[in-house]
Design a protein around this ligand. Structure first.
Ligand code: FES
Ligand code: FE
Length: 455
């Protein structure tokens, strides 16, 4: 590795292939991206009662997320301060204490060291237990049901970190009274890909849909999405937006209010639900989001590795396991207000489309693994990749925060994702990370959000 600033170029949409394979750069990502950014930990619905816990990862660090007795949420490194063993082996559950398998140290749900075998006899009563609790994650906070953690005490608050992306997140998290929940189990898939490739695939790459997923679309598509067709014969650039410029966060959105349910063989129950509740959503979020975004196919990305697809109704995070491997974790998300039968149909359909054996996911997995593999040779690692579609064709759009390109087929969002990646890699601390949290291009949208907040 020579100098990090050589790796991407926002203006031309260039990325060095080394960013998908270079070990030293990967370690820098752990420090400057996964060690610094707010990372998704869990949905509050997964840990409703005191003692409920869920195990996840922040970068490669194993973390336990625990509901505390006072109902706040804590997160701790799952590593025993004695000799390093994991103190929790279960993926989730409810615990009064976490007892290490190696020598039996036991930790309370607040992370404190509660008991040590042979404390009097072997340590002569001299062990200061207050110094050997589980190490807490520096910051833990929730946004409308989503729990995030951050290792960096100097990071901005979660609210500031999400910034204008909240305008789009609320289309899913706050559209209906009661908010959202995760249902079913965590779907875990090992993929031989660099972690950035699935993020860019979902954050902005509408281009691959009609081509890579042509077979899947033929099998299950029942409604139009912004004119995207099997084989990419046509497209409707007026039918969707690629929205970026949100501190690395982005949204890809159709504007029809229904196409989120395009890949359901029988979308009628979903369409009935949308029709029955649209007035409620308009009242809560305003006309623009209630009519154009709620129910539409929208892909929301929260930098660096969280993605939500309302309509298809999954939420996903990618845990890096080295430069060429990830664990992809997916959950099904629903609005609590949805009837049970609809929730069950959503779970079934998510398995059919984006589950571990899903029609769409297997198309993507193969392409992403091959793009990774074909970028780590001695010669290929010296070459570049390109997201140069529609460069320079973006600007403001009344009512929507962000810098916006027309259509779902654009590489605008990917360019912004790599720009944010580069900004973090170049910065030694948060103080050096550029902030343009509130994009002035979205002034109209903010006034709508502000009006709602004031109401
Ligand atoms: Fe955990 Fe020794 S490593 S008690
Ligand atoms: Fe895909």
């Amino acid at each position: 590795m020579t100098g990090p600033t050589q790796f991407t170029d926002f203006a031309t949409g260039r990325q060095s292939r080394a960013i998908f394979s270079d070990e030293a750069l990967y370690r820098l990502e752990m420090e400057r991206i996964f060690g610094r950014c707010w990372l998704f930990l869990a949905h509050e619905s997964q840990i409703p009662r005191p003692g409920d816990f869920f195990r996840t990862f922040m970068g490669e660090d194993d973390v336990i997320v625990i509901r505390q007795r006072d109902m706040t949420i804590g997160a701790f490194l799952n590593s025993c301060p004695h000799r390093g063993n994991r103190v929790c082996r279960a993926d989730r559950g409810n615990a009064k204490a976490f007892t290490c398998n190696y020598h039996g140290w036991a930790f309370a749900p607040d992370g404190s060291l509660a008991s040590v075998p042979l404390e009097q006899e072997a340590y002569f009563g001299e062990l200061d237990k207050s110094r050997f609790g589980l190490v807490p994650v520096a910051q833990v906070a929730s946004y409308k049901g989503l729990v995030f953690g951050c290792f960096d005490p100097a990071a901005p608050s979660l609210e500031d970190y999400l910034g204008d992306a909240k305008f789009y997140l609320d289309v899913w998290l706050d559209a209906m009274p009661g908010g959202t929940a995760l249902i079913g189990e965590t779907q875990k898939v090992d993929l031989e890909t660099n972690w950035k490739l699935p993020v860019e695939n979902v954050c902005g790459d509408g281009y691959h849909l009609g081509w890579a997923h042509a077979g899947a679309m033929r099998a299950v598509q029942t409604m139009d999405i912004a004119g995207l067709t099997v084989g990419n014969d046509s497209i409707d650039l007026e039918g969707g937006l690629s929205i970026a410029g949100l501190n690395g966060h982005s949204t890809l959105a159709a504007l029809d209010g229904v196409s989120g349910y395009s890949f359901y063989p029988d979308p009628k129950p979903m369409l009935d639900y949308l029709e029955a509740n649209r007035a409620t959503v308009i009242e809560r979020l305003g006309r623009l989001r209630g009519e154009k975004l709620w129910g539409s196919q929208i892909n929301i990305t929260i930098f660096p590795n969280l993605q939500l697809l309302p309509g298809l109704n999954w939420l996903r995070t990618y845990h890096p396991k080295g430069p060429g491997r990830i664990e992809q974790w997916t959950w099904v998300t629903v609005e609590r207000a949805m009837p049970e039968s609809m929730q069950a149909a959503i779970l079934d359909n998510q398995c059919l489309t984006f589950g571990p054996a899903g029609l769409f996911d297997n198309d993507d997995g193969d392409n992403l693994a091959a793009s990774t593999e074909q970028s780590r040779g001695w010669r290929t690692a010296q070459m570049d990749l390109h997201t140069n579609m529609a460069v320079g064709r973006s600007g403001p759009r009344e009512g929507f925060p962000g810098d916006i390109a027309q259509g779902l087929v654009s590489e605008h969002n990917q360019r912004y994702f790599y720009r944010r990646w580069q900004e973090h890699i170049d910065a030694a601390s948060w103080a050096e990370v550029p902030a343009y949290n509130v994009n002035p291009l979205g002034a109209g949208a903010q006034s709508e959000a502000a009006a709602r907040d004031a109401a």
